[in-house]
Design a protein around this ligand. Structure first.
Ligand SMILES: *Cc1c(COP(=O)(O)O)cnc(C)c1O
Length: 382
Protein backbone atom coordinates (compact mmCIF):
# COMPACT_ATOMS: atom_id res chain seq x y z
CA UNK A 1 0.00 0.00 0.00
CA UNK A 2 1.30 3.37 -1.05
CA UNK A 3 2.31 5.77 1.73
CA UNK A 4 0.61 8.90 0.39
CA UNK A 5 1.89 11.25 3.07
CA UNK A 6 5.47 10.10 2.44
CA UNK A 7 4.97 10.81 -1.25
CA UNK A 8 3.64 14.29 -0.59
CA UNK A 9 6.58 14.99 1.71
CA UNK A 10 9.08 13.53 -0.74
CA UNK A 11 7.93 15.58 -3.71
CA UNK A 12 9.85 18.83 -4.02
CA UNK A 13 8.07 20.12 -7.12
CA UNK A 14 4.56 20.04 -8.57
CA UNK A 15 2.98 18.69 -10.66
CA UNK A 16 4.82 15.40 -10.41
CA UNK A 17 4.35 12.01 -12.03
CA UNK A 18 5.37 9.38 -9.49
CA UNK A 19 6.22 5.80 -10.37
CA UNK A 20 5.95 3.39 -7.46
CA UNK A 21 8.65 0.84 -8.26
CA UNK A 22 7.50 -1.50 -5.52
CA UNK A 23 4.09 -1.74 -7.19
CA UNK A 24 5.62 -2.44 -10.62
CA UNK A 25 7.67 -5.27 -9.11
CA UNK A 26 4.59 -6.65 -7.38
CA UNK A 27 2.67 -6.65 -10.66
CA UNK A 28 5.52 -8.35 -12.50
CA UNK A 29 5.85 -10.98 -9.77
CA UNK A 30 2.19 -11.91 -10.26
CA UNK A 31 2.82 -12.42 -13.97
CA UNK A 32 6.04 -14.33 -13.35
CA UNK A 33 4.29 -16.51 -10.76
CA UNK A 34 1.65 -17.42 -13.32
CA UNK A 35 4.38 -18.23 -15.79
CA UNK A 36 5.68 -20.84 -13.33
CA UNK A 37 2.25 -22.45 -13.36
CA UNK A 38 1.49 -22.49 -17.07
CA UNK A 39 4.69 -21.66 -18.92
CA UNK A 40 3.40 -18.78 -21.02
CA UNK A 41 5.69 -15.97 -22.16
CA UNK A 42 5.39 -12.38 -21.00
CA UNK A 43 5.84 -9.39 -23.29
CA UNK A 44 5.53 -5.93 -21.77
CA UNK A 45 3.49 -3.70 -24.05
CA UNK A 46 5.82 -0.70 -24.31
CA UNK A 47 3.14 1.71 -25.42
CA UNK A 48 1.61 1.89 -21.91
CA UNK A 49 4.69 3.62 -20.46
CA UNK A 50 8.12 3.32 -22.06
CA UNK A 51 9.86 5.01 -19.12
CA UNK A 52 13.31 3.45 -18.61
CA UNK A 53 12.60 3.15 -14.89
CA UNK A 54 9.84 0.70 -15.88
CA UNK A 55 11.65 -1.18 -18.62
CA UNK A 56 14.75 -1.72 -16.48
CA UNK A 57 12.62 -3.21 -13.71
CA UNK A 58 10.63 -5.27 -16.21
CA UNK A 59 13.60 -6.65 -18.13
CA UNK A 60 14.50 -9.56 -15.81
CA UNK A 61 10.82 -10.55 -15.50
CA UNK A 62 9.73 -10.49 -19.13
CA UNK A 63 10.50 -12.58 -22.20
CA UNK A 64 10.44 -9.52 -24.43
CA UNK A 65 8.40 -6.53 -25.47
CA UNK A 66 5.43 -5.94 -27.69
CA UNK A 67 5.73 -2.89 -29.92
CA UNK A 68 3.63 -0.94 -32.38
CA UNK A 69 6.11 1.24 -34.25
CA UNK A 70 9.73 1.59 -35.37
CA UNK A 71 10.62 3.84 -32.43
CA UNK A 72 9.18 1.36 -29.94
CA UNK A 73 11.00 -1.47 -31.73
CA UNK A 74 14.28 0.46 -31.54
CA UNK A 75 13.78 1.16 -27.85
CA UNK A 76 12.92 -2.48 -27.16
CA UNK A 77 16.01 -3.60 -29.07
CA UNK A 78 18.25 -1.25 -27.07
CA UNK A 79 16.83 -2.46 -23.78
CA UNK A 80 16.93 -6.16 -24.60
CA UNK A 81 20.25 -6.15 -26.49
CA UNK A 82 19.32 -9.46 -28.09
CA UNK A 83 18.09 -11.07 -24.85
CA UNK A 84 14.42 -11.50 -25.65
CA UNK A 85 11.79 -11.28 -28.34
CA UNK A 86 10.15 -8.24 -29.92
CA UNK A 87 6.63 -8.68 -31.26
CA UNK A 88 5.11 -6.16 -33.64
CA UNK A 89 1.54 -5.59 -34.59
CA UNK A 90 0.25 -2.38 -36.14
CA UNK A 91 -2.15 -1.26 -38.86
CA UNK A 92 0.55 1.20 -39.95
CA UNK A 93 3.53 -0.67 -41.40
CA UNK A 94 5.45 1.72 -43.64
CA UNK A 95 7.40 0.71 -46.72
CA UNK A 96 10.16 3.21 -45.92
CA UNK A 97 10.70 1.76 -42.44
CA UNK A 98 10.26 -1.90 -43.17
CA UNK A 99 13.90 -2.80 -43.74
CA UNK A 100 14.97 -1.20 -40.44
CA UNK A 101 12.03 -2.78 -38.69
CA UNK A 102 12.88 -6.30 -39.83
CA UNK A 103 16.36 -5.99 -38.30
CA UNK A 104 14.80 -5.38 -34.90
CA UNK A 105 11.73 -7.56 -34.47
CA UNK A 106 11.50 -11.31 -33.90
CA UNK A 107 7.75 -11.76 -34.44
CA UNK A 108 5.14 -9.96 -36.50
CA UNK A 109 1.39 -10.24 -36.51
CA UNK A 110 0.19 -8.67 -39.74
CA UNK A 111 -2.96 -6.65 -39.24
CA UNK A 112 -4.60 -7.42 -42.59
CA UNK A 113 -4.28 -9.80 -45.51
CA UNK A 114 -3.19 -6.96 -47.77
CA UNK A 115 -0.47 -5.99 -45.33
CA UNK A 116 0.61 -9.63 -45.17
CA UNK A 117 0.73 -9.85 -48.96
CA UNK A 118 2.71 -6.64 -49.25
CA UNK A 119 5.34 -7.36 -46.60
CA UNK A 120 5.53 -11.09 -45.84
CA UNK A 121 7.85 -11.95 -48.73
CA UNK A 122 10.13 -9.04 -47.83
CA UNK A 123 10.42 -10.38 -44.29
CA UNK A 124 13.65 -11.98 -43.22
CA UNK A 125 13.49 -15.70 -42.64
CA UNK A 126 14.35 -15.51 -38.94
CA UNK A 127 11.21 -13.46 -38.20
CA UNK A 128 8.23 -15.51 -37.17
CA UNK A 129 5.20 -14.44 -39.19
CA UNK A 130 1.69 -14.38 -37.84
CA UNK A 131 -1.65 -12.68 -38.36
CA UNK A 132 -3.75 -10.58 -36.05
CA UNK A 133 -7.21 -12.05 -36.08
CA UNK A 134 -10.35 -10.12 -35.25
CA UNK A 135 -12.38 -12.71 -33.33
CA UNK A 136 -15.54 -10.59 -33.75
CA UNK A 137 -16.34 -10.81 -30.06
CA UNK A 138 -17.01 -7.50 -28.35
CA UNK A 139 -16.79 -7.25 -24.59
CA UNK A 140 -17.18 -3.49 -24.41
CA UNK A 141 -20.01 -1.13 -25.02
CA UNK A 142 -17.72 1.73 -26.00
CA UNK A 143 -16.68 1.83 -29.65
CA UNK A 144 -13.73 4.08 -28.98
CA UNK A 145 -11.67 1.22 -27.61
CA UNK A 146 -13.43 -1.87 -28.92
CA UNK A 147 -11.13 -3.58 -31.44
CA UNK A 148 -14.08 -5.75 -32.54
CA UNK A 149 -16.43 -2.87 -33.32
CA UNK A 150 -18.34 -2.75 -36.59
CA UNK A 151 -16.03 -1.99 -39.51
CA UNK A 152 -13.01 -2.61 -37.34
CA UNK A 153 -9.56 -1.72 -38.64
CA UNK A 154 -7.85 -4.17 -36.28
CA UNK A 155 -7.12 -7.67 -37.46
CA UNK A 156 -8.29 -10.13 -40.10
CA UNK A 157 -11.96 -10.98 -39.77
CA UNK A 158 -12.17 -14.47 -38.28
CA UNK A 159 -14.73 -15.54 -40.91
CA UNK A 160 -12.47 -14.40 -43.75
CA UNK A 161 -9.54 -16.17 -42.17
CA UNK A 162 -11.54 -19.36 -41.80
CA UNK A 163 -12.58 -19.28 -45.47
CA UNK A 164 -9.04 -18.65 -46.70
CA UNK A 165 -5.87 -20.71 -46.57
CA UNK A 166 -3.82 -18.08 -44.78
CA UNK A 167 -3.74 -19.96 -41.50
CA UNK A 168 -1.70 -22.66 -43.27
CA UNK A 169 0.88 -20.08 -44.30
CA UNK A 170 1.67 -18.48 -40.95
CA UNK A 171 3.39 -19.50 -37.71
CA UNK A 172 1.26 -17.59 -35.27
CA UNK A 173 -2.02 -15.89 -34.44
CA UNK A 174 -2.57 -12.80 -32.34
CA UNK A 175 -5.69 -11.28 -30.91
CA UNK A 176 -6.35 -8.41 -28.52
CA UNK A 177 -9.99 -7.76 -27.71
CA UNK A 178 -10.18 -7.01 -23.98
CA UNK A 179 -9.92 -3.70 -22.19
CA UNK A 180 -9.10 -3.49 -18.46
CA UNK A 181 -10.87 -6.81 -17.88
CA UNK A 182 -11.09 -8.02 -14.28
CA UNK A 183 -12.06 -11.57 -15.11
CA UNK A 184 -11.08 -14.03 -17.84
CA UNK A 185 -14.48 -14.40 -19.49
CA UNK A 186 -13.44 -12.54 -22.69
CA UNK A 187 -10.38 -14.76 -23.03
CA UNK A 188 -12.28 -17.99 -22.41
CA UNK A 189 -14.96 -17.06 -24.95
CA UNK A 190 -12.38 -15.99 -27.52
CA UNK A 191 -10.40 -19.20 -27.22
CA UNK A 192 -13.62 -21.21 -27.48
CA UNK A 193 -14.42 -19.42 -30.72
CA UNK A 194 -10.93 -19.92 -32.14
CA UNK A 195 -11.10 -23.60 -31.26
CA UNK A 196 -14.52 -23.97 -32.85
CA UNK A 197 -13.30 -22.34 -36.07
CA UNK A 198 -9.82 -23.76 -36.45
CA UNK A 199 -9.78 -26.85 -34.22
CA UNK A 200 -6.76 -29.05 -34.73
CA UNK A 201 -5.33 -26.66 -37.31
CA UNK A 202 -4.14 -24.54 -34.42
CA UNK A 203 -1.49 -27.21 -33.91
CA UNK A 204 0.17 -26.07 -37.16
CA UNK A 205 1.09 -22.86 -35.40
CA UNK A 206 4.19 -22.17 -33.33
CA UNK A 207 2.57 -19.54 -31.16
CA UNK A 208 -0.60 -17.83 -30.06
CA UNK A 209 -0.53 -14.29 -28.65
CA UNK A 210 -3.47 -13.56 -26.33
CA UNK A 211 -2.87 -9.80 -26.30
CA UNK A 212 -3.21 -7.50 -23.31
CA UNK A 213 -6.23 -5.98 -21.64
CA UNK A 214 -6.38 -8.01 -18.41
CA UNK A 215 -5.77 -6.37 -15.02
CA UNK A 216 -4.13 -9.42 -13.47
CA UNK A 217 -3.48 -7.72 -10.13
CA UNK A 218 -7.23 -7.15 -9.69
CA UNK A 219 -8.23 -10.73 -10.48
CA UNK A 220 -8.57 -13.12 -7.57
CA UNK A 221 -8.93 -16.52 -9.18
CA UNK A 222 -6.26 -17.37 -11.74
CA UNK A 223 -7.22 -21.01 -12.07
CA UNK A 224 -9.40 -20.60 -15.22
CA UNK A 225 -6.51 -18.79 -16.89
CA UNK A 226 -3.86 -21.32 -15.86
CA UNK A 227 -6.11 -24.14 -17.03
CA UNK A 228 -6.77 -22.43 -20.36
CA UNK A 229 -3.09 -21.82 -21.13
CA UNK A 230 -2.05 -25.30 -20.06
CA UNK A 231 -4.76 -26.79 -22.25
CA UNK A 232 -3.68 -24.75 -25.25
CA UNK A 233 -0.11 -25.91 -24.79
CA UNK A 234 -1.14 -29.54 -24.30
CA UNK A 235 -3.64 -29.70 -27.15
CA UNK A 236 -1.65 -27.85 -29.79
CA UNK A 237 1.99 -27.82 -28.60
CA UNK A 238 2.26 -24.07 -29.11
CA UNK A 239 3.92 -21.22 -27.26
CA UNK A 240 1.45 -18.87 -25.60
CA UNK A 241 2.25 -15.17 -25.20
CA UNK A 242 0.52 -12.42 -23.27
CA UNK A 243 1.33 -8.73 -23.71
CA UNK A 244 0.10 -6.72 -20.74
CA UNK A 245 0.61 -2.97 -20.49
CA UNK A 246 -1.73 -1.53 -17.91
CA UNK A 247 -1.38 -4.65 -15.72
CA UNK A 248 2.30 -3.78 -15.28
CA UNK A 249 2.14 -0.02 -14.63
CA UNK A 250 -1.49 1.10 -14.27
CA UNK A 251 -1.71 1.01 -10.49
CA UNK A 252 1.94 2.10 -10.10
CA UNK A 253 1.57 5.67 -11.37
CA UNK A 254 0.38 8.79 -9.59
CA UNK A 255 0.14 12.46 -10.34
CA UNK A 256 0.72 14.76 -7.41
CA UNK A 257 -0.77 18.19 -8.01
CA UNK A 258 -1.18 21.43 -6.08
CA UNK A 259 -4.26 23.64 -5.74
CA UNK A 260 -3.63 27.01 -7.45
CA UNK A 261 -6.99 28.71 -6.98
CA UNK A 262 -10.50 28.16 -5.69
CA UNK A 263 -13.65 30.15 -6.43
CA UNK A 264 -17.39 29.77 -6.94
CA UNK A 265 -19.05 29.41 -10.34
CA UNK A 266 -22.86 29.09 -10.61
CA UNK A 267 -22.97 27.92 -7.03
CA UNK A 268 -20.22 25.31 -7.25
CA UNK A 269 -16.69 25.42 -5.95
CA UNK A 270 -14.15 25.34 -8.78
CA UNK A 271 -10.66 24.27 -7.78
CA UNK A 272 -7.88 24.96 -10.28
CA UNK A 273 -4.94 22.54 -10.17
CA UNK A 274 -1.40 22.90 -11.50
CA UNK A 275 -2.00 19.81 -13.64
CA UNK A 276 -4.49 19.43 -16.48
CA UNK A 277 -5.83 16.97 -19.02
CA UNK A 278 -2.54 17.71 -20.82
CA UNK A 279 -0.95 15.26 -18.38
CA UNK A 280 -3.69 12.67 -18.61
CA UNK A 281 -5.45 13.13 -21.96
CA UNK A 282 -7.65 10.04 -21.51
CA UNK A 283 -9.63 11.99 -18.91
CA UNK A 284 -10.81 14.21 -21.73
CA UNK A 285 -10.79 11.63 -24.53
CA UNK A 286 -12.98 9.20 -22.64
CA UNK A 287 -14.62 11.69 -20.26
CA UNK A 288 -13.42 9.51 -17.43
CA UNK A 289 -13.04 10.75 -13.86
CA UNK A 290 -9.65 9.72 -12.45
CA UNK A 291 -9.36 8.30 -8.93
CA UNK A 292 -8.30 10.75 -6.27
CA UNK A 293 -6.65 9.69 -3.01
CA UNK A 294 -8.25 12.55 -1.00
CA UNK A 295 -11.78 11.89 -2.18
CA UNK A 296 -14.19 11.12 0.65
CA UNK A 297 -17.55 10.13 -0.80
CA UNK A 298 -19.32 10.95 2.47
CA UNK A 299 -17.44 14.24 2.96
CA UNK A 300 -19.57 17.37 3.31
CA UNK A 301 -17.59 19.56 0.87
CA UNK A 302 -17.62 19.18 -2.84
CA UNK A 303 -15.51 20.74 -5.54
CA UNK A 304 -15.06 20.53 -9.27
CA UNK A 305 -11.38 19.84 -9.89
CA UNK A 306 -10.26 21.60 -13.04
CA UNK A 307 -7.02 21.76 -15.01
CA UNK A 308 -5.05 24.95 -15.54
CA UNK A 309 -5.30 25.23 -19.35
CA UNK A 310 -7.64 27.49 -21.29
CA UNK A 311 -9.78 24.58 -22.50
CA UNK A 312 -13.26 24.86 -20.93
CA UNK A 313 -13.58 21.07 -20.76
CA UNK A 314 -10.22 20.62 -19.04
CA UNK A 315 -11.98 19.31 -15.96
CA UNK A 316 -11.38 16.17 -13.87
CA UNK A 317 -14.84 16.08 -12.34
CA UNK A 318 -16.68 16.75 -9.12
CA UNK A 319 -15.31 15.18 -5.93
CA UNK A 320 -16.31 15.24 -2.27
CA UNK A 321 -13.92 16.05 0.56
CA UNK A 322 -13.87 16.03 4.36
CA UNK A 323 -12.34 19.52 4.47
CA UNK A 324 -12.59 22.37 1.98
CA UNK A 325 -9.55 22.57 -0.29
CA UNK A 326 -7.14 25.46 0.17
CA UNK A 327 -4.68 27.01 -2.21
CA UNK A 328 -1.39 25.14 -1.79
CA UNK A 329 -3.01 21.81 -0.83
CA UNK A 330 -1.51 18.76 -2.52
CA UNK A 331 -3.73 16.09 -4.07
CA UNK A 332 -2.85 12.72 -5.57
CA UNK A 333 -4.50 11.18 -8.63
CA UNK A 334 -3.95 7.44 -8.58
CA UNK A 335 -4.09 4.47 -10.91
CA UNK A 336 -2.83 6.52 -13.83
CA UNK A 337 0.48 4.83 -14.61
CA UNK A 338 -0.61 3.64 -18.06
CA UNK A 339 -1.48 5.81 -21.06
CA UNK A 340 -1.06 9.11 -19.20
CA UNK A 341 2.55 10.29 -19.45
CA UNK A 342 2.96 8.71 -22.89
CA UNK A 343 0.08 10.83 -24.19
CA UNK A 344 1.04 13.98 -22.25
CA UNK A 345 1.65 17.25 -24.06
CA UNK A 346 2.61 20.88 -23.41
CA UNK A 347 -0.53 22.56 -24.77
CA UNK A 348 -0.81 26.15 -23.50
CA UNK A 349 2.92 26.07 -22.72
CA UNK A 350 2.37 24.22 -19.46
CA UNK A 351 5.31 21.97 -18.79
CA UNK A 352 5.15 18.18 -18.54
CA UNK A 353 5.20 16.95 -14.94
CA UNK A 354 8.50 16.26 -13.23
CA UNK A 355 9.09 12.55 -12.92
CA UNK A 356 9.85 10.83 -9.61
CA UNK A 357 10.34 7.23 -8.65
CA UNK A 358 9.59 5.93 -5.20
CA UNK A 359 10.71 2.78 -3.50
CA UNK A 360 10.09 1.91 0.16
CA UNK A 361 9.00 5.49 0.97
CA UNK A 362 12.18 6.90 -0.63
CA UNK A 363 11.20 9.38 -3.34
CA UNK A 364 13.69 10.55 -5.98
CA UNK A 365 13.32 12.97 -8.87
CA UNK A 366 14.65 11.39 -12.07
CA UNK A 367 13.59 13.84 -14.74
CA UNK A 368 12.58 17.43 -15.21
CA UNK A 369 11.71 19.06 -18.53
CA UNK A 370 12.76 22.67 -18.99
CA UNK A 371 11.85 25.71 -21.02
CA UNK A 372 14.63 24.67 -23.41
CA UNK A 373 12.81 21.39 -24.17
CA UNK A 374 9.64 23.30 -24.99
CA UNK A 375 11.50 25.89 -27.06
CA UNK A 376 13.48 23.28 -29.00
CA UNK A 377 10.27 21.53 -30.04
CA UNK A 378 9.25 24.58 -32.04
CA UNK A 379 12.59 25.51 -33.56
CA UNK A 380 13.69 24.26 -36.95
CA UNK A 381 16.46 21.65 -36.99
CA UNK A 382 19.92 23.15 -36.86
C1 LIG B 1 -2.55 -1.75 -26.11
C2 LIG B 1 -2.29 -3.15 -26.46
C3 LIG B 1 -1.84 -4.05 -25.49
C4 LIG B 1 -1.74 -3.70 -24.03
O1 LIG B 1 -3.00 -3.47 -23.52
P1 LIG B 1 -3.27 -3.22 -21.96
O2 LIG B 1 -4.72 -2.91 -21.90
O3 LIG B 1 -2.42 -2.05 -21.56
O4 LIG B 1 -2.90 -4.46 -21.25
C5 LIG B 1 -1.51 -5.33 -25.91
N1 LIG B 1 -1.63 -5.70 -27.21
C6 LIG B 1 -2.08 -4.85 -28.16
C7 LIG B 1 -2.19 -5.32 -29.56
C8 LIG B 1 -2.44 -3.56 -27.82
O5 LIG B 1 -2.92 -2.74 -28.77
Amino acid sequence: MMNYQAIKNGIKSSPAFVLDETEVIKNLKILAGLRNQCGYKILYSLKALPLSAVTEIAKPFVDGFSVSSLFEARLADEILAGQGSIHLTTPGIRQDEWEDMTRLITHISFNSITQYQRFATATQAQISIGLRVNPKLSFLNDNRFDPCRQNSKLGVDIDDLWQSSYLDQVKGLHFHNAFSATDFTPLIKTIEKLRSYFGKNLAQLDWLNLGGGYLFEEIEDYSPFIELVNKLKNDFAIEVYIEPGKAVVGNAGYIVTTVLDSFMSDGKNIVILDTSVNHNPEVFEYQRQPELHERDSSGQYSAILAGCTCLAGDVFGEYRFKEPLQTGDKLIFKNIGAYSLIKANRFNGYNLPDIYVCKSAQTTKIKQYTYQDYRRQWLPDE
